[in-house]
Design a protein around this ligand. Structure first.
Ligand code: FAD
Length: 636
C-alpha cells in the first residue's frame, strides 16, 4: 500500500535537464522556495547527452557574427515558422547565458587566443557552437548542478539546512498537475503536482502556486529514436490535461544521423559535429549525394562542387558551405531517399566518413565519444573508415504554447521551458540552438514564475483532498485489471504505428490509419495490467507513461494530417510543396472532454526591422504577396 506525503513549495520545477535546472536556479535566486523533480537519476537527462555544443553569437572564431545573423539563421532553419519574439530573445541573450555558465565554472574548449572556442554546425553561417569536445551537455549539467550545490551551501549557512530553499526530488515521476478548479475553467489556476517515488511507489503531493514544466521531448513514441526511456511526452500531456494548449505538434525532427547497426543500438545519435568537423556523406556508389539535394531556398548559400565545398573548411570567406551542413530536415530527407532508391549501405543507411578529412589523433581529440561509441557498440574504428548512419527521431519542435518573455502558458501558474515548450524553433531546430534555448528560457521561466508569485501575495490556490485520493486510485488501477494487456506490447504497437504511419515521410491516408489505430489502442491502454507491486516496478511505471505517449502521438498525428504542406520536420508526400498560405497558421491543440481539438491561429509577423535582415527575393520564397515589404525597399 503506497503512502502519501505532502510538500509545500513556492515553485515546483518538473524536470532536471538544462531548462529545469536553470529555471530552478533563477526561482531560488529570486528568493522562492523551489523543488526540482526528475523522473530519472539527478544528472541523467537529455541535456547531459548533448554532444555538439550550444549556439551563441559570441563572435570568438569569426568576429563578423552577431545576434542578428544568429536570428536570421534560426528563422531560415525554422522555415519562417518560428515565434519571432522567442527567436530574437534567444539570439540576443544566448551569449550572456554562455558567459554566465563559464562564470559558474564551465570549462569550454578554447581558441588559440584563449577565448571560448566555437564550431561549425548545420544552418549556422559562422562557427557558433561553444563546446567541450563532444561532451558539451555533460559540462552544462555539471556546472548547473554545481550552481545548485553552491546555492544550497549558502542556504545551509543562512537557514541551517542545505535544502531549506532548494530541494531535488530524484527518481520521482509526476503523473498529474493539480488545479484549483476544472481544466479550462475561467478562473482555474495551478495548485501543484502529484507523482510517485520510483523506488518505493509512494505518492507525493506538491502544493505550489507555480509549476514549471521542463520535461523535454516525446521521442519514445517512435520506434527508431535517439531519445532515452523517460521521454514519453509527459510534460506535453500534463499541459494538455491541465487545460493548456500545444503548438504545431506536427513538427518532429528526424536527425539525419543515427546509428543503423547493430539492431540493439539503432537510433543512437551520431553527432552533427562529425559533419561540422568535415565528415562527408556518400551512398553505396561512392557518390557525395548531398549536392543533388540542395533546395532552391538555400541554393545561394551552398557549394555546387566537391572542390568548392572542400575549400570552405580552410577558407570560408571565399567558398560556399558544403551541402552536408544543410539544416537537418534536408539532410534527413536526402538520406531517406538514397536508401529508398537502393543506394544505401549494407545495413540500410548511408556512409559518413571523417577519417579521410582528419588525422586519427585529431578525431580522437574532437570526437572522443563518437570514437568510443562506434568502437564499443559496432566494432567500427571511425579514425580508419566510415560509419553507417540513417535518420532517427530526435527532437520535437512542437510544444506548450507560452508567452515568449515569461514562459507562461494559458493556465495561470503553469510555465514551460526547453524542449517541452513550442514556438522557438519553428518547423525545424538548428543544431546547438537547444542548449542555448534551455539557458535563455529556463532563466526567463524562473523569473516569470517568481513574478507570478509576487502578484499573488499571501493568497494560495487550494489542493482538493478528494482529487489526491482519486489520483492515487487511478495510479494503482493497473494492478486491478485482471484481463489487461502487457504494457511493453502496447508501447511497441504505439511506436511501430508512429514510425510507419507518421514518420519522416507522411501521407494523408496513412495518418488517418494511424489515428484509427491509436483510437483502438486507447481502450487497450485504459485496461493495461501491471504485475507485482508498487516497489521499484518499471512495468507499472510504463502503464502510467502509456497514457501520455498515446495522447502525444494523437496530437502529432492530428496536426500532421491537418497541415497540408511540407515544411521543416513535416514532410507530406501528398503535399510536397511549402505553402506561403499555410505558413501563416499555427496549429493549436487543446483537450476537451478527453478528445483533442485543433484550431488554426495566425502566426506573429516579423517586425519590419527584423524583416530587413532578409532580402526580398528570399522573403518571396516564404511569405504571401500581402506580407512582403514594398518592392522598392532597399535590401538590408
Ligand atoms: P531534458 O534535458 O530532456 O530533461 C528533461 C527532464 O525532465 C529530465 O530530468 C527527466 O527526468 C524529467 N522528466 C520527464 N518527465 C518527467 C515526469 N513525468 N516527472 C518528473 N520528471 C520528468 N541540443 C543541442 O543544442 N546541442 C547538442 O549538441 C545536442 N545533442 C543532443 C544529443 C542527444 C543524444 C540528444 C538526445 C539530444 C541532443 N540535443 C542537443 C537536444 C537537447 O539535448 C535537448 O533538446 C535538451 O537537452 C532538452 O533539454 P530539457 O531541459 O528541455 O529537457
Amino acid at each position: 500500500m503506497s503512502e502519501t506525503t505532502r510538500h509545500s513549495y513556492d515553485v515546483v520545477v518538473i524536470g532536471a535537464g538544462g531548462a529545469g535546472l536553470r529555471a530552478a536556479i533563477e526561482a531560488r535566486q529570486q528568493g522562492k522556495r523551489t523543488a526540482v523533480i526528475s523522473k530519472s537519476l539527478f544528472g541523467k537527462a537529455h541535456t547531459v547527452m548533448a554532444e555538439g555544443g550550444a549556439a551563441a553569437a559570441l563572435g570568438n572564431v569569426n568576429s563578423s557574427d552577431h545576434w542578428k545573423i544568429h536570428f536570421r539563421d534560426t528563422i531560415r532553419g525554422g522555415k519562417f515558422m518560428n515565434n519571432p519574439r522567442m527567436a530574437e530573445l534567444h539570439a540576443k541573450e544566448a551569449p550572456e547565458r554562455i558567459l554566465e555558465l563559464e562564470y559558474w565554472g564551465a570549462l569550454f574548449d578554447r581558441t588559440p587566443q584563449g577565448r571560448i572556442s566555437q564550431r561549425n554546425f548545420g544552418g549556422h553561417e559562422y562557427p557558433r557552437l561553444a563546446h567541450v569536445g563532444d561532451r558539451t551537455g555533460l559540462e552544462m549539467i555539471r556546472t548547473l548542478q554545481q550552481r545548485v550545490v553552491q546555492l544550497q551551501q549558502a542556504d545551509a549557512a543562512e537557514f541551517g539546512h542545505p535544502e531549506a530553499m532548494l530541494k531535488v526530488f530524484a527518481e520521482t515521476t509526476v503523473t498529474e498537475l493539480l488545479l484549483d478548479g476544472e481544466p479550462g475553467g475561467e478562473d482555474t489556476r495551478i495548485a501543484g503536482a502529484f507523482g510517485y517515488v520510483r523506488e518505493t511507489g509512494d505518492y507525493l503531493v506538491f502544493e505550489a502556486p507555480a509549476v514549471v514544466l521542463a520535461t523535454g521531448g516525446i521521442g519514445r513514441s517512435f520506434k527508431v529514436t535517439s531519445n532515452s526511456w523517460e521521454y514519453t511526452g509527459d510534460g506535453h500531456a500534463l499541459a494538455l490535461r491541465a487545460g493548456a494548449t500545444l503548438l504545431n505538434m506536427e513538427f518532429v525532427q528526424f536527425h539525419p544521423t543515427g546509428m543503423v547497426w547493430p539492431p540493439s543500438v539503432k537510433g543512437i545519435l551520431v553527432t552533427e559535429s562529425v559533419r561540422g568537423d568535415g565528415g562527408v556523406l556518400r551512398n553505396s556508389e561512392g557518390r557525395r549525394f548531398m549536392f543533388d539535394y540542395v533546395p532552391d531556398v538555400f541554393r545561394d548559400h551552398y557549394a555546387e562542387s566537391e572542390e568548392e565545398a572542400d575549400g570552405w573548411y580552410a577558407d570560408p570567406a571565399s567558398h560556399r558551405r558544403p551541402p552536408e551542413l544543410l539544416p537537418r530536415d534536408e539532410v534527413a530527407r536526402a538520406i531517406n531517399n538514397e536508401v529508398k532508391q537502393g543506394r544505401g549501405s549494407p545495413h540500410g543507411g548511408v556512409f559518413l566518413d571523417v577519417s579521410t578529412r582528419l588525422p586519427a589523433e585529431e578525431i580522437m581529440r574532437r570526437l572522443p565519444s563518437m570514437h568510443h561509441q562506434f568502437k564499443e557498440l559496432a566494432d567500427v574504428d571511425i579514425t580508419a573508415g566510415p560509419m553507417e548512419v540513417g535518420p532517427t527521431c530526435h527532437y520535437v519542435m512542437g510544444g506548450v504554447e507560452v508567452d515568449p518573455d515569461t514562459g507562461a502558458s494559458l493556465v495561470p501558474g503553469l510555465f514551460a521551458a526547453g524542449e517541452v515548450a513550442g514556438g522557438m524553433h519553428g518547423s525545424n531546430r538548428l543544431g546547438g540552438n537547444s542548449l542555448s534555448d534551455l539557458l535563455v528560457f529556463g532563466r526567463r521561466c524562473g523569473l516569470g514564475a517568481a513574478s507570478y508569485l509576487d502578484g499573488l501575495g499571501e493568497e494560495r490556490p487550494a489542493v482538493d483532498s478528494d482529487v489526491i485520493e482519486r489520483l492515487g486510485a487511478e495510479a494503482a488501477a493497473p494492478f486491478e485489471h485482471e484481463a489487461g494487456e502487457n504494457p511493453y506490447q502496447l508501447q511497441q504497437e504505439i511506436q511501430q504505428t508512429m514510425n510507419d504511419l507518421v514518420g519522416i515521410i507522411r501521407r494523408g491516408p496513412e495518418m488517418e490509419q494511424a489515428l484509427e489505430s491509436l483510437d483502438k489502442l486507447r481502450e487497450r491502454v485504459a485496461g493495461v495490467r501491471a504485475e507485482g507491486d508498487t516497489v521499484y516496478n518499471p512495468g507499472w511505471h510504463l502503464t502510467l507513461d502509456l497514457r501520455n505517449m498515446l495522447l502525444v502521438s494523437e496530437a502529432v498525428a492530428r496536426a500532421a494530417l491537418e497541415r497540408q504542406e511540407s515544411r521543416g520536420g513535416h514532410t507530406r508526400d501528398d503535399h510536397p510543396a511549402m505553402s506561403a498560405e499555410w505558413r501563416r497558421s499555427n496549429l493549436v491543440l487543446s483537450l476537451r472532454e478527453d478528445r483533442i481539438r485543433l484550431r488554426r491561429q495566425p502566426l506573429d509577423t516579423l517586425r519590419p526591422d527584423l524583416m530587413e535582415l532578409f532580402d526580398r527575393e528570399e522573403l518571396g520564397k516564404y511569405l504571401t504577396e500581402e506580407e512582403l515589404p514594398p518592392a522598392d525597399r532597399s535590401d538590408g
